[in-house]
Design a protein around this ligand. Sequence first.
Ligand code: CFM
Ligand code: HCA
Length: 531
Amino acid sequence: PSAVISDLVTSYPPKVMRKRRRHIIVNDPQEPDQIEANARSVPGIITTRGCCYAGCKGVVLGPVSDIVHIVHGPVGCSYYAWMTRRNQSGNSVDTNGVPNYINYAFTTDLTEHEIIFGGEKKLMQAIREANEIFHPKAIAVFSTCPVGLIGDDVHAVAALAKAELGINVFGFSCEGYKGVSQSAGHHIANNGLFKNVVGTEDLPEEELTNPFRINLLGEYNIGGDAFELERVFEKCGFDLVSTFSGNAQYSDLAHAQEANLNVVMCHRSINYMAEMMETKYGIPWLQVNFIGAESTAKSLRKIARYFGDEDLIARVEQVIAEEMAELEPIRQDVRSRTQGKTVMLYVGGSRAHHYQALFADIGMPTVAAGYEFAHRDDYEGSRVTPTIKMDADSRNIEELSVSADPDEFRARKTTEELLALEAGGLKFADYEGMMPEMAKDALVIDDISHHELEVLIEYYKPALICSGIKDKYVVEKMGVPCKQLHNYDYGGPYAGFQGAVNFYQEIDRVVNAAVWRFITPPWAKQTANAD
Ligand code: CFM
Ligand code: HCA
């Protein structure tokens, strides 16, 4: 693919060419090369990135169903964040009495008047009104761009409201322009949750009888993924204390410190929480991947091995055997029609990696992959973290200083136990990254531009592209099917075992549909014209 790299950047002005070149790597899994990531996008390039507010409100906090999430900003910011991510909730006032506000879009509807005279009064009024109508356990306030520009103090308003109403009210300074992407918003969200929510409630003794208590971090219940994982965990005998934040309720997060292990799915969006909980409460964390049947089995085994209980280990093996027996014939059948078909993936900050495992299950190699907003460690692995240079955009995001809690810290394992587990192959507080798991000479590209995507499609002519709504239909007009890996189009779940089956069948339908043959891609049309 070295040849395609020059085609990717050749039409750019020299400065842009040099800059973009640093975001493109031909992979060597043994010695991943240094990739430029988490840097500002070139103005004028069509990028697929979102903003800080999207990462904070839309991604991390939004899925918590019984918090009233008020967007402090013009009405459009709220409207555009309304329901498109397909983060689902199992709660409904009708079924178990737990409220679910996810279907609502709450906004202060800032207008010119507040831009000139300030919006704090209107925010206070909105909080009071929401409290009066819904009586929620907690209200969160999210600042969009103009709030930072006019200088409203959402934290002061939240503190006043908290004192007045007697419920938890907290604010996020997650203005869209902060940082270079959604990633800044994840960090701000983690900080706010850690400061204002985690550890504020305890579980009663009778709910602490199962020692195999875990938190699932970085799973947002897109298309129902968390429902499938809840099913599998229950079958295995794990007690899921909380999920950050798919199908989560406020109290789950408030007593998350009661878990004995954190497992991290989406490292990019939540590594901060795992680190801070380990320091403050003594909960170790392990990286997992529940996308793909083989990966799910591997991740379940990791958790069982951590707890070390023989019965638990045996039960997990039994669950894996049962689920695999059901799945295997379907996988084999699909594989006979998908084997060898190639795929390219461009998704946020973890799925471009995780979904490669699901494609490997059905014999589909990933020829090129990249992230919108991941950092170098998501590509190259945790080992490069100490060498990542802080730039001005990252320095702007608050770094909490956390220490062991004198009352709440409890080492879950002794140092000897941890060392023995590590010697047995469990790596704590470690993420291997995407590149070491990709094939040699696969192309890795960060913050892909629209032009670069078009060049790559023509070069690789993949059987499938996985990406999002901003490019889906452009890709399909080139005669290549595009599966959205953000909101799963209308499908899902794709996590766990039953999710894997759904995915195999969906991909089989997509890549083997006859319709793609009837579309003439633009490059073929050009040739026809020239003739
Ligand atoms: Fe993590 Fe996500 Fe992703 Fe992400 Fe996202 Fe998402 Fe994503 Mo869209 S938290 S990084 S900020 S796995 S919303 S559920 S699909 S870009 S790859
Ligand atoms: C976001 C949310 C998003 C967008 C998806 C897309 C999602 O980044 O604000 O561009 O198709 O998953 O809904 O990533």
